[in-house]
Ligand binder design. Structure first.
Ligand code: ASP
Ligand code: MG
Length: 406
């Protein structure tokens, strides 16, 4: 008998018919002789609706109440699924975060799981009950409801799988696995049968939307085998796992894009110790994540500093660097919102040379100008003008022959 954790995303529980479909899949897994823990998201669109409601109540909603509100979508789906399963003669019981107890830190809107008490769940499983847990939510040391960040039910599922030492964690979603790139942009995209944790983590961070990056981090840390698969077909699926020799032979596994990028340049800054600290400390203090940074070589004692951040932070970031810029004698701040980050990812890059050169040459051939570059062991990212996003993805997918992957 295996212990299986299954997570179903918002599109898989979007209405009663879909919840019945989930019930049928859960029952099949149970009847195959497994213990089943199900983790659910809210119905598709529900969390957005709740967030809008919060912002109609107040410009800056109280964070405690915000999390109390936006966590409620999951309460609806878990209890509905439990009702359906019970009606069909399969004992099931729903749990909210605080009932399990999924203990988190106090960081509303982006809480981290600190500990999961598995006693109640194990007790139910032993009786043969199907356990259904609300994703995305936890409870802090003072019993306040917290949420784990958008897409957080992936992390709930992986954390439960780790805590329960589950044999597998299935992530059911509206696509049948992880693709070499977004099939909506590139018709030659191929589903990968396997991908390493590290590659998946980079792809999730760099804009692939299948999994919340934090869930992949956790799966890697606790070596939870993750299966990404479709709720609507039994075919396909991608296993996210630790690397092996075969997987390392492939130079590139995926091409990602992220349109949620803005580029900010602080022009003509006197080049002296402390300027970078003066510019970036206020951003850090306001929890603004800065992605790529470049500082140009200084000419006559002046330099330009360019960095990227998420578009949603652009207004605040600009205000903060304009303020700091005045202090340090910068000439002006320039903003470009029409940029995108295109990346190639692959564990095999470490042992192959010429990968970056090939990426740059491929973009150059199409007349795509590279505005910024950053690299790590397993990824290379280029910031380009946003209008080239689709073209860049397609030509890179071709250049690295990703249509041959499987
Ligand atoms: N319902 C939450 C969201 O929309 C959590 C999730 O779907 O994973 O972000
Ligand atoms: Mg999701």
């Amino acid at each position: 008998m295996a212990l299986v954790v299954q997570k179903y995303g918002g599109t898989s529980v979007a209405n009663m018919a879909k919840i019945e479909n989930v019930a049928a899949k859960v029952i099949r897994t149970k009847e195959a002789g497994n213990q089943v823990v199900v983790v659910l998201s809210a119905m598709a669109g529900e969390t957005d609706r709740l967030i809008n409601l919060a912002h109609s109540a107040a410009d800056h909603p109280d964070e405690r109440e915000y999390d109390a509100l936006i966590s409620t979508g999951e309460q609806v789906t878990v209890s509905l699924l439990a009702m359906v399963l019970n009606k069909m003669g399969h004992p099931a019981r729903s749990f909210l975060g605080f009932q399990v107890k999924i203990l988190t830190d106090r960081a509303y809107k982006k809480a981290r799981i600190v500990n999961i008490d598995t006693k109640a769940i194990k007790h139910e499983l032993k009786k043969g009950t199907i356990v259904i847990v609300a994703g995305f939510q936890g409870v802090d040391p003072d019993n306040n409801v917290t949420t784990l960040g958008r897409g957080g039910s992936d992390t709930s599922a992986v954390a439960l799988a780790a805590a329960l030492h589950a044999d597998v964690c299935d992530i059911f979603t509206d696509v049948d696995g992880v693709y070499t790139t977004d099939p909506n942009i590139c018709s030659k995209a191929r589903r990968l049968s396997k991908i390493t944790y590290d590659e998946m983590l980079e792809m999730a961070r760099l804009g692939a939307k299948v999994l919340q990056p934090r869930s992949v981090e956790m799966a890697k840390k606790y070596q939870v085998p993750l299966y990404v698969r479709s709720s609507f077909t039994d075919e396909g699926g991608t296993l996210v796992t630790k690397g092996d020799k075969d997987m390392e032979k492939e130079v590139v596994s995926g091409v990602t894009y992220d349109r949620d990028q803005a580029k900010i340049t602080v022009v003509h800054v006197p080049d002296r110790p402390g300027i970078a600290a003066r510019l970036f400390t206020p951003l850090a203090e306001h929890n603004i994540v800065v992605d790529m940074i470049i500082q140009n070589a200084s000419i006559d004692g002046f330099t330009d500093l360019t960095f990227t951040a998420s578009r949603k932070d652009l207004k605040e970031a600009t205000r903060l660097v304009e303020e700091a810029g005045k202090d340090i004698g910068a000439q002006k701040v320039e903003v470009d919102q029409h940029v995108a980050k295109i990346s190639i990812v692959g564990v095999g890059m470490v042992s192959h040379s010429g990968v970056a050169a090939k990426m740059f040459a491929t973009l150059a051939r199409e007349g795509i100008n590279i505005l910024m570059i950053s690299t790590s062991d397993i990824k290379i990212s280029c910031v380009v003008q946003a209008k080239y996003t689709e073209l860049a993805v397609m030509v890179l997918h071709d250049a690295f022959e990703l249509e041959k992957r499987a």
